[in-house]
Design a protein. Structure first.
Length: 391
């Protein structure tokens, strides 16, 4: 299959690229380029620039500040943003709870939360996983007991990314234990500064604070902060992904990493590194895999844009996209050789590596999590086996 963008789509691509060249703060893009962490302030600044342009929430309906772009346009936008090393906006607000509020929220909830999410005035984190509920999410145990016009929340969430930065949490809680698991869950939104909320850090093995465990002890949450009906939170949780489950191929991110690979190859060339031919061949093979992934992704997106029914195919995209990121990491990591060493603590933390290589090792560890986050590879294999291959 040969995929080509139309003249109109190419003009749009140019418009986005010109905007990025003129407006993306260079300090932020340099950090993203090198794989360094972007601060909350920097991400807030970029979100507000996009919001002022009307582009912060491409996946939301126009009525709530979205763009009205179809999935192909969103793909073009996404690829351009990654190409210029723009940081990804908060997925929890824009891709998860925002669309859920649009679909299930009361008018009061919509007008309270949506403008604040769009302008990065309010940051959410996601309270789904628990120590005993991950892939089997319907078995959540965090309890919400009715007490007048409030719920009292007791329990714990784990792997809560960004809880230390979040203002609010969207949370799956058990409101009924006497029914089938999926039928006794509710979906609540609440303030992380509520009395009884405790956040404890969890560190990844690259030393970063990637997650948290969040504890709830008699946390009082007004019933009015429930999204959707009581005991119907599973429906809200499932719908959270909505169209987003189609945007899981990581094509844009993979393209960005591939460009880094080629740049790194040039750096290594100038340093006189050996084994470059083998590395160049490996990079070309990754490029072919990426082109196959992008063609498959665009085929599915355009089918959806054309009103087609999409089944479990996104599971293939999630699987292949995350595997490709990790395969690219391996080539990058091998190519930089001893530059993958951590900071030299003996010299008071002075870096032994140049800027462009400093975070490659850390990124490689970070991206291991793609195998698990958003549904593990084993779970994706199960879905493909059952729903695509009919096994
Ligand atoms: C980087 C990262 C960020 C995350 N951020 C968040 C967050 O912000 N909020 C949040 O709520 N959660 C978050 N998570 C948690 C994530 O959703 C869970 O880790 C995931 O759902 C898996 O659950 P688990 O860790 O309990 O593993 P388990 O479900 O216990 O799985 C353990 C192993 O068993 C395998 N397995 C499980 N079921 C099956 C099956 N039926 N068939 C075959 N194999 C199976 C899994 O693939 C895995 O290898 C994050 C995870 C990562 C890695």
């Amino acid at each position: 299959m040969r995929f080509q963008f139309s003249a109109e789509q190419l003009a749009f691509q140019q418009q986005v690229e010109e905007f990025l060249a003129a407006n993306l703060p260079s300090q932020t893009s340099a950090k993203v380029r090198n794989g360094a962490s972007v601060s909350k302030d920097e991400l807030t600044e970029w979100t507000r620039i996009l919001n002022a342009q009307g582009w912060a929430a491409p996946n939301w309906p126009v009525a709530y500040g979205g763009t009205g772009w179809n999935l192909t346009y969103r793909h073009i936008f996404d690829v351009a943003c990654r190409k210029f090393h723009a940081p990804a906006l908060s997925g929890f607000g824009f891709n998860m709870v925002g669309p859920a509020i649009i679909k299930y929220g009361s008018e009061a909830q919509k007008s309270e939360f949506l403008p604040k999410i769009r302008n990065a005035d309010l940051w959410f984190c996601q309270g789904y996983s628990e120590p005993q509920a991950g892939s089997d999410l319907a078995s959540v145990r965090t309890r919400a007991q009715r007490d007048g016009d409030d719920y009292l929340i007791n329990g714990s969430k784990i792997w809560t990314s960004g809880a230390e930065l979040a203002d609010w949490i969207f949370c799956l809680v058990r409101t009924n234990s006497d029914v089938q698991q999926q039928k006794g869950i509710s979906f609540l939104l609440f303030d992380m500064t509520s009395p009884g909320v405790t956040v404890k850090p969890l560190y990844a093995f690259n030393g970063k604070r990637l997650w948290n465990q969040v504890f709830f002890e008699d946390v009082r949450v007004p019933v009015s902060q429930r999204l959707g009906d009581e005991d119907r939170g599973w429906t809200v949780a499932k719908s959270l992904l909505g169209d987003e489950r189609l945007m899981v191929s990581r094509v844009a991110e993979n393209r960005r990493i591939l460009a880094n690979l080629r740049e790194t190859l040039e750096h290594q060339f100038s340093r006189g590194s050996s084994a470059l031919d083998a590395t160049r061949k490996a990079i070309n093979e990754l490029d072919v895999r990426l082109q196959a992934l992008e063609a498959t992704s665009l085929r599915i997106l355009t089918a959806f844009d054309g009103g087609g029914d999409i089944g479990a195919e996104p599971s293939m995209l999630k699987l292949k996209g995350s595997e490709l990121v990790q395969a690219q990491d391996e080539v990058l990591f091998t190519m930089i050789d001893y530059l993958a060493l951590p900071l030299d603590t003996a010299t008071g933390g002075a870096a032994v590596t140049p800027d462009w290589a400093e975070y490659i090792a850390s990124g490689r560890y970070h991206h291991r999590g793609f195998t698990i986050a958003g549904g593990s590879s084993e779970v994706q294999h199960n879905i493909i086996a059952k729903q695509v291959l009919g096994l």
